[in-house]
Design a protein. Structure first.
Lengths: 261, 164
């Protein structure tokens, strides 16, 4: 390992490709070309055997999950910095907004289904998919709100300091759409506010973030996997509402918002 | 639950090689992440968090330069060895497993830190080369050769010890 330190393996310059193939980094054509080469290259065959051994060794190693005591101390420290993390005991360990684009297995399947719709749907559907996927994820137990309150005067200030804009927050309890709370989410390449409303036994997520440029996607609606989506812009903000309530009810909800804004 | 806390701890644990040092790094990194989340513009929060963990770990190592952190015998470390063992497992098999695990872990711990972090991000987090390159602020070519050297050193050391 002296003068040869930067020379992966003397004798063949393709060993890093062998490794790339094992790591799933090669395209089909590259992999096929490599296969041809490797069949006649002893060095690459040895390299592959060595790489597989190393992988086997690492696979036997445990993932270091956080010991409970460490987790508790980390949370205590974080709550000093951000007391509101402690919103409720059931939510103490959660930091929902940090997992925004990360998705669980079930949702992975949902996303795959959503992605398969991409080819059929008009533009903006990547965002629509992201919104529906996020909504489905939020419906998983314990993922819905970071701040639980039916009071818009509690929910609105909660967003202060967490976002670089002040989202409008309204309660429509009198019209049958009570506010349940809010959370931070991540969409369209930026943090956004998500307001949670209830309609009978259904939940509505309303995502709000500032419009970015002169081009506004004015308004529209669509449905993905049984979820209705309505979006509009007003006062420099994008609004996207998604829910499994009937289309008509979601339209009513949007109309209430637009009337007041 | 804090979804990426385990990933953060795992990386800190492998980088620092010592439970207490790893916790310090974890605490510091999580506070930084919480503080700076508003300025996060990427799409991969886990990679972003791990980059913070990694930078914090490097900062901590720089501060402690000269004080080599040597892990005490793995098994005695606040019962960590025992935690690795599932209750359902046959005790003898479990003990054997724990021992083998410690040996491999010692070999990984002996790797230079830049090789170790590359290996951990690839094998545990299953990061792509591109993600590793971003998290470690290193060109992809370097990521590939580091990964290669890490694995080669690991495989050969294990071979010498009769582990593989």
């Amino acid at each position: 390992m002296s003068a040869k330190a930067n020379d992966p393996m003397p004798g063949c310059d393709k060993v890093l490709l062998v490794q790339a193939e094992l790591d799933g980094e090669l395209g089909a054509a590259e992999a096929a070309a490599l296969e041809l080469h490797r069949a006649g290259c002893e060095i690459c065959q040895q390299a592959q055997a060595e790489l597989l051994r190393a992988r086997g060794l690492m696979r036997g190693e445990p993932y270091e999950t956080t010991p409970d005591a460490v987790r508790a101390r980390v949370m205590a420290r974080l709550q000093l910095v951000e007391p509101r993390l402690q919103a409720s005991p059931a939510r103490r360990w959660r930091w929902d907004w940090l997992r925004a684009p990360s998705i669980g297995f079930g949702l992975g399947a949902a996303c795959a289904a959503a992605i398969s719709l991409l080819v059929l749907l008009p533009e903006r559907n990547d965002l629509t998919d992201a919104i529906v996927a996020d909504h489905i994820r939020a419906l998983q137990p314990g993922h819905l709100e970071d701040v639980v309150s039916t009071d818009q005067h509690t929910v609105k200030p909660w967003f202060d300091g967490r976002l670089d804009f002040a989202p409008p927050v309204k309660d429509f309890a009198a019209d049958g759409f009570p506010l349940k709370g809010g959370r931070l989410d991540y969409l369209d390449g930026r943090p956004v506010a998500a307001l949670v409303y209830q309609r009978d036994k259904h939940l509505i997520d309303l995502y709000v973030w500032p419009t970015s440029g002169a081009i506004l996607h004015l308004s529209g609606d669509t449905a993905i996997q049984g979820y209705n989506v309505v979006h509009w812009t007003a006062d420099g903000m994008n609004f996207w509402a998604v829910s499994d309530v009937e289309r008509g009810q979601l339209d009513d909800f949007a109309a209430l918002w637009r009337k007041g804004s | 639950m804090l979804p990426h806390l385990d990933a953060a701890y795992n990386l800190a644990r492998w980088l620092m090689r010592d439970g207490d040092a790893a916790e310090d790094v974890l605490q510091e990194a999580m506070v930084r992440a919480l503080t700076y989340f508003a300025s996060f513009k990427g799409v991969n929060p886990r990679a972003w968090l791990l980059q913070i963990v990694r930078n914090t770990a490097y900062g901590s190592m720089a501060l402690n330069r000269g004080i080599e952190i040597v892990p005490i015998a793995e098994e005695s470390e606040d019962g960590a060895g025992a935690e690795l063992v599932s209750a359902a497992e046959d005790p003898e098999v479990a003990l054997l497993r724990t021992r083998e695990t410690s040996h491999v872990r010692a070999l990984v711990a002996a790797l230079p830190v830049e090789l170790r972090e590359t290996l951990v991000l690839r094998e545990f987090e299953e990061f792509s080369y591109k993600e590793i390159a971003e998290a470690t602020q290193t060109p992809i070519g370097t990521v590939m050769s580091r990964l290669w050297r890490a694995r080669q050193l690991l495989a050969r050391a294990a071979h010498e010890k009769g582990l593989a």
